[in-house]
Design a protein around this ligand. Structure first.
Ligand code: ATP
Length: 269
């Protein structure tokens, strides 16, 4: 049985407005990807080459996938997303074929952003059973060869993401490969307030809900944690008021806070 995955091309529907508290990462992606994909002529005139590979790193749930989708949408590019583990096949040659198909598809639908999640799993993990060293080595080499072969201004950009940057194969980080490193950390207080605003935009809030106050009570929460908090507050209102519920109140956020905590610890940061 083949483990080959279909290469699906998406047109993402999230943009910069859907992202809060990641302004440094957003700025880097706007400048490094959106600008060159939208203005290839300007780069050609100046004789400079845009970067081909970006590595997003940081704790889980901080919006790395969201950023990759948003930059594709804002650059009016297509989006192809794969997990590294989907590229690893124990069948000889199948991983290479899969990667070749991935890049062929990306070139065919360029401009295109290729997102490879869990890029750290391409490092041979000893004794883990997963990722035989020979397979992962070949996969890394095949990806690098594909990236080396991407002609400048071919309008295909690769974004890798990892929670564990120290495990990323150093060969991936050489110039001309994933040479732009972008840290995506937990949001600060202002960022948390912004994210809470985004995730409550469609939720009717009672007058006593104070997002600034809530942002102060959610230290080290990621975007994903905050989204979950909002969902739990909605569920609390529903439980409290039943089917006639019309709005979510401060007490629902307080109840939700009792069930929530930051997934990121101080050490992880
Ligand atoms: P992982 O490392 O686990 O893949 P990730 O960093 O890619 O995580 P996402 O999958 O992008 O995180 O985030 C999960 C969800 O959390 C998003 O779909 C979004 O709803 C919410 N979220 C995360 N970060 C943000 C943010 N900065 N602004 C708004 N929403 C966010």
């Amino acid at each position: 049985p083949s483990a080959m995955r279909e290469v699906m091309v998406q047109v993402p529907n999230v943009g910069w407005d859907d992202i809060g508290g990641a302004s440094e990462a957003t700025d880097k992606l706007r400048e490094g990807i959106e600008l060159p994909l939208k203005n290839p002529e300007a780069f050609r005139r100046l004789g400079i080459r845009p970067a081909k590979g970006f590595l997003l790193y940081g704790p889980p749930g901080t919006g790395k996938t969201l950023l990759a989708k948003a930059v594709a949408k804002e650059a009016e590019a297509n989006f192809i997303s794969m997990k590294s583990s989907d590229l690893l096949s124990k069948w000889y040659g199948e991983s290479e074929q899969q990667i070749a198909r991935l890049f062929a598809r990306a070139r065919a639908v360029a401009p295109c952003v290729v997102f490879i999640d869990e890029i750290d799993s391409l490092v041979p993990a000893r004794g883990s059973g997963q990722g035989e060293p020979q397979v992962t080595g070949r996969v890394v080499n095949t990806i690098l060869a594909e990236m080396d072969g991407l002609e400048e201004l071919q309008s295909v950009v690769v974004i890798g993401a990892t929670n564990r940057p120290t495990l990323v194969d150093p060969a991936l980080l050489r110039p001309g490969r994933f040479d732009e490193l972008v840290y995506v950390g937990t949001p600060d207080k202002a960022g948390r307030e912004h994210i809470l605003g985004i995730h409550t935009a469609k939720m009717p809030l009672a007058k006593d809900v104070d997002l600034a106050l809530l942002s102060g009570k959610t230290e080290r929460f990621t975007g994903a944690d905050l989204e979950d908090l909002v969902r739990r507050a909605g569920l609390s209102a529903l439980r409290r008021l039943g089917g006639d519920v019309t709005e979510v109140a401060a007490q629902d956020f307080e109840a939700a806070l009792l069930d929530s905590r930051a997934t990121v610890t101080v050490e992880m940061e």
